[in-house]
Design a protein around this ligand. Structure first.
Ligand SMILES: *[C@@H]1O[C@H](CO)[C@@H](O)[C@H](O)[C@H]1NC(C)=O
Ligand SMILES: *[C@@H]1O[C@H](CO)[C@@H](O)[C@H](O)[C@H]1NC(C)=O
Ligand SMILES: *[C@@H]1O[C@H](CO)[C@@H](O)[C@H](O)[C@H]1NC(C)=O
Ligand SMILES: *[C@@H]1O[C@H](CO)[C@@H](O)[C@H](O)[C@H]1NC(C)=O
Ligand SMILES: *[C@@H]1O[C@H](CO)[C@@H](O)[C@H](O)[C@H]1NC(C)=O
Ligand SMILES: *[C@@H]1O[C@H](CO)[C@@H](O)[C@H](O)[C@H]1NC(C)=O
Length: 479
């Protein structure tokens, strides 16, 4: 909150009263001496806008008479322009203990657009229920704040439905547009390409359909592009390769995005997070697509019918990679030893693919930061040659079950560190030993479905924590 020290504010208000008295000659006798130097129009607009969301019962007593001075309400910020206070930021929703909270029947009051200096507007958890008479984002009014608004955010408003109105594309000063976890639908407007200053575009977890507009490739200031959690379909436009400043590209959880990953994405040299999980991408992991992504810290592609193998990727170019999530991609071929060049790797997910050949245990256990390895549900063969300390370090974060031709050295049994769902190796001619028949039954006859438990709770928590670390870094760089 920008506020002047009290003496100068008092002086300012005195000055304004004097101006009003002398210049206009208007009767202002009823004006309180301690009222802030805020234009009545601005104050009325603020109170009407807030009442729209919070309800008519709200009388402004917490903000009155000085919305820009000390106030117990969080979410209203002001600044002085030409000696008058103006609202610069309005944020509705339960963010702090004493925030402005929406009523059961919130509405967008048109006075919201009368706030002449509004730079930032955020609406959080306000339209929480779908009404018989559904509420949409207003289609008009935005033209009145095109010169000021820099940040617009609608977050967790499932009752907010309908299109993203074209009027938003007029807000040419917008730096950040976040429309996250609402009920919006329809196609993504290609007119957003007018917002050439955008650095953050988040339209995730709504019900948007249709293609990703190739015009978004012109938003070259973008640092964050997040279109995850919708029902978008079609191909990834090659023009996204023009977004060379991008730090985070998240198209995950759209189920229906398909086709090859365009090789133009290899221009994204600053990209740290690429998340394409849960889609319908095909065409394999192709070298040209990834060779330029030298900053990548998280590559999350799991749950796509991608196909292809791991051998043709120049893993040594991806030295910063910490999370490599390639579960359930129909990968074939072997796991190359060059994976050992991923010296920052913490998480290696290769589960539920069609990988064959031996597991390069020396290379994987030589990775200094590795703490999770999933290779379950493949067709790996031979003896698992990890040292005992490796199993001890990873514990339940190592999974290798459902590889019928994989075994662990029998000596490991005495340590109690034998990997879950893997049988001990048998030397030629050796009889089956009673003690391991359980393990062999489990992984042989399909009674126990190991794959369904392939991600246990502690592991999910680790993924979330790693995610948060990456996100935190992104935000730090992004702003
Ligand atoms: C305004 O509302 C608050 C509670 O919401 C109440 O305590 C206060 O008396 C009201 N003030 C006026 C002037 O109505
Ligand atoms: C986009 O910008 C152009 C030129 O700046 C303008 O003519 C057009 O109306 C804008 N389109 C939308 C949908 O905002
Ligand atoms: C953006 O990408 C497309 C397709 O890759 C390309 O044809 C176009 O020239 C690029 N535009 C700019 C401004 O770089
Ligand atoms: C990539 O990041 C570096 C270092 O943060 C920065 O200097 C450079 O301008 C960025 N490149 C682009 C295209 O944004
Ligand atoms: C995925 O793509 C295949 C064709 O490649 C198509 O048959 C299938 O319906 C698609 N799945 C979804 C969920 O769109
Ligand atoms: C991959 O494995 C699945 C079962 O694990 C099998 O149905 C499928 O035919 C295999 N695909 C290839 C290409 O080997």
């Amino acid at each position: 909150m920008d506020s002047l020290p009290t003496p100068s504010k008092a002086m300012l208000s005195g000055f304004v009263v004097w101006v009003l008295l002398s210049a206009c000659g208007v009767a202002v006798g009823q004006r309180q001496a301690d009222s802030s130097p805020m234009d009545e129009v601005e104050r009325d607009a603020l109170f009407s806008a807030i009442r729209g969301f919070v309800g008519d019962g709200w009388n402004g007593s917490d903000l009155y008479p000085d919305p820009c001075g000390w106030t117990p309400i969080q979410g209203v910020s002001c600044d002085v322009y030409n000696g008058l206070w103006y609202i610069t930021a309005l944020s509705i929703g339960p963010i702090h203990d004493n925030s402005l909270i929406c009523s059961e029947n919130p509405v967008f009051a048109p006075q919201l657009f009368e706030l002449a200096r509004l730079k930032s507007f955020s609406l959080y958890s306000c339209f929480v229920q779908q009404k018989a008479d559904p509420v949409s984002i207003p289609s008009s009014g935005w033209e009145k704040i095109v010169g000021t608004l820099e940040s617009l955010e609608f977050r967790s408003n499932p009752g907010l439905v309908g299109r993203l109105p074209p009027g938003i594309s007029l807000l040419q000063r917008l730096d950040s547009l976040v429309v996250l976890d609402n009920g919006l639908n329809g196609e993504l407007p290609s007119s957003l390409t007018n917002l050439t200053r955008l650095r953050r575009l988040v339209l995730s977890w709504n019900s948007f359909t249709g293609p990703i507009p190739s015009e978004y490739g012109r938003l070259t200031e973008l640092l964050i592009l997040d279109l995850s959690g919708n029902s978008l379909s079609g191909h990834v436009p090659p023009s996204l390769g023009n977004l060379t400043s991008l730090l985070k590209l998240d198209l995950s959880n759209n189920q229906r995005l398909s086709g090859n990953l365009p090789e133009q994405l290899n221009n994204l040299r600053n990209l740290t997070l690429l998340d394409l999980r849960e889609n319908n991408f095909t065409g394999g992991l192709t070298q040209p697509t990834f060779e330029g992504m030298v900053s990548l810290e998280g590559m999350l592609l799991s749950d796509n019918p991608l196909g292809g193998g791991l051998e043709d990727i120049a893993w040594e170019d991806l030295k910063r990679l910490e999370i490599l999530d390639l579960d359930n991609l129909r990968l074939t071929g072997t796991i190359p030893k060059s994976i050992s060049s991923l010296e920052s790797l913490r998480y290696l997910g290769l589960g539920n693919n069609n990988l064959t050949g031996p597991l390069p245990a020396d290379e994987i256990s030589s990775l200094p930061c590795i703490n999770t390895v999933h290779v379950n549900g493949n067709d790996l063969v031979g003896e698992l040659k990890f040292p005992e300390w490796f199993y001890r370090k990873l514990g339940a974060r190592f999974s290798a079950w459902n590889n019928p031709n994989l075994c662990y050295p029998a000596e490991l049994r005495s340590t109690g560190m034998q990997p879950n769902g893997v049988s001990p190796c048998r030397r030629p001619g050796e009889e089956e030993i009673d003690g391991n028949s359980k393990a062999r039954l489990d992984d042989g006859d399909g009674d126990v479905d190991w794959s369904s438990s392939s991600r246990s709770k502690p592991e999910s928590i680790i993924i979330i924590i790693l995610w948060l670390i990456i996100l935190f870094r992104l935000l730090h760089r992004g702003t």
